[in-house]
Design a protein around this ligand. Structure first.
Ligand SMILES: [Zn+2]
Ligand SMILES: [Zn+2]
Length: 349
């Protein structure tokens, strides 16, 4: 089969590799669509992990082989995959800190080599440990929609960390695909969203998805605008879907006492911010983080996406063929104003 193999920092090569062999309890899936995810981009560009690997973990496709003993799945079914599933039994899982679970941290979908998702290949092997995360696609929904379940899951998990009430006012900083999902999910909960970004088309999309107020992220009038918009009370929450440390300090200043700042994009180790600790202690402002997905939300995520309450289709702006995966990664890493979610698609046009 054809696969795009990571051979070192910024080195992706289209190669001929063996179709993965499955064992009992596993599935073989022909990949239709795989989203390009920032966490993979980081690993590819920085060469942060040892090659060779086949990346791509936001995968949807068709089951072409079912291993012995697998119940509930059949050849020909269209599915979305989940590459991480927690054990639900360990200390971390009992605290619902699934991303810290050892089993969760094992990647259960592979196209060969050290398992890394495998979605940038024609076929993937779905190991038994992640079978509980496989979701069947309804007939009316596309592979594109299926491939978006994983990123939507990470956003819904983060939204659930916020204690917001209908009518509250929240900032979502950064209106890339993830920020836009935050904007939509918060709007669905009746939260008024102030959406910021530096690119005008992204702000227009935020408006379309339900943002109440738009602003450029670098507008020096932003604090005054927040002051007016919240009638002097301050924001109930701020979600940072852009990896800026200056933004953390600004957002922390803009939330009200008892409010929450949620970091979603600050994934680089070693980054620090200067915060007034009394704002945490006396003003009771919470600083939260959220990373990766929550398997137990999968049914809710599927409902939101497949019902199109959260319509992910307008978020997917660019599709590349498998052979152009490196180009897809490059565009997703340096988005033009018109680019939102970039995917690799092997669906025949
Ligand atoms: Zn992802
Ligand atoms: Zn666990």
């Amino acid at each position: 089969m054809r696969a795009v193999v990571y051979r070192g920092a910024n080195d992706l090569r289209l190669e001929e590799t063996p179709v993965p062999r499955i064992r009992a309890g596993e599935l073989l899936v022909r990949v239709a669509v795989c989203g390009v995810c920032p966490t993979d981009i980081k690993k590819i560009q920085q060469g942060a992990v040892l090659p060779p690997r086949i990346f791509g973990h936001e995968t949807a496709g068709t089951i072409v082989r079912v291993g012995a003993g697998v119940r509930g799945f059949a050849v020909g079914e269209r599915v979305a995959l989940h590459h991480h599933v927690p054990c639900l039994a360990c200390h971390a899982c009992r605290h619902r800190a699934f991303a810290q679970c050892r089993v969760y941290q094992r990647t259960g979908v592979t196209a060969g080599f050290e398992p890394a998702g495998g979605g940038y290949a024609q076929y993937v092997r779905v190991m038994s440990l992640v079978l509980p995360g496989v979701v069947k696609l309804p007939a009316r929904n596309s592979f594109l929609e299926g491939a978006m379940l994983e990123p939507v899951n990470t956003v819904l998990k983060a939204v659930k960390r916020l204690s917001l009430l209908p009518g509250d006012r929240a900032l979502v900083a950064g209106q890339g695909p993830i920020g836009l999902m935050f904007t939509r999910l918060l709007a669905l909960r009746g939260v008024a969203v102030l959406a910021t970004d530096l690119m005008a088309p992204r702000l227009q999309m935020a408006r379309r998805l339900g943002a109440r107020l738009l602003a450029r992220g670098d507008d020096p009038q932003l604090p005054a605008q927040v002051e007016r918009w919240t009638r002097g009370r301050g924001l109930d929450a701020a979600v940072l879907a852009a990896p800026s440390t200056a933004l953390v300090e600004q957002a922390h200043a803009l939330v009200r006492g008892g409010g929450q700042v949620l970091l979603f994009a600050n994934t680089r180790r070693g980054d620090t911010a200067g915060l007034d600790l009394a704002a945490i202690c006396v003003d009771e402002k919470d600083l939260l983080g959220s990373y990766s997905s929550d398997f137990t939300l999968q049914a809710e995520v599927a409902r939101l996406v497949f019902s199109r309450q959260l319509d992910v289709r307008p978020l997917i702006t660019h599709q590349f063929p498998l052979a152009a995966t490196a180009e897809a990664v490059k565009l997703a890493a340096n988005p033009r104003p018109d680019a939102l979610k970039v995917v690799v698609s092997q669906v025949e046009a």
